[in-house]
Design a protein around this ligand. Structure first.
Ligand code: FES
Ligand code: FES
Length: 136
């Protein structure tokens, strides 16, 4: 199976690897696992007073596509409001990275991680969870 150049680039030079203080008020943490393979992804967002994501970091214990997906997502998140971030779909990530069908679930993991991080931030700050139509 051939990986796209973009996957290889994000895998070899992952952007924004690391973590923020999980207890900080302005940080949301999403920790999710893929049932299909057991890979785990931790994604954190740092949100400013205007409700805009100003920074994002990740740690992923998983395959190359999961690492590339989370790296790409940290770039996509910066500058977005929480609602805009909720609109990022795994299909955007999979298209951007040209993931093959067997690797789609790796991008679903990244989508789940975004939602989990936003949900954690909103919980912590007493905000409503907002609308999300889960894809069945
Ligand atoms: Fe499972 Fe990639 S193979 S996250
Ligand atoms: Fe998950 Fe459609 S976004 S299956």
């Amino acid at each position: 199976m051939a990986y796209s150049n973009k996957v290889i680039d994000h895998y070899e030079n992952p952007r924004n690897v690391g973590s923020f203080d999980q207890n900080a008020e302005d940080v949301g943490t999403g920790m999710v696992g893929a049932p299909a393979c057991g890979d785990v992804m931790k994604l954190q967002i740092k949100v400013n007073a205007e409700g805009v994501i100003e920074d994002a970091k990740f740690k992923t214990y998983g395959c190359g596509s999961a690492i590339a997906s989370s790296s790409l997502v940290t770039e996509m998140l910066k500058g977005k409001t929480l609602d805009q971030a909720m609109d990022i779909k795994n299909s955007h990530i999979a298209d951007e990275l040209a993931l093959p069908p067997v690797k789609i679930h790796c991008s679903v993991l990244a989508e789940d991680a975004i939602r989990a991080a936003i949900s954690d931030y909103r919980n912590k700050n007493g905000l409503e969870q907002g609308e999300y139509d889960a894809c069945q």
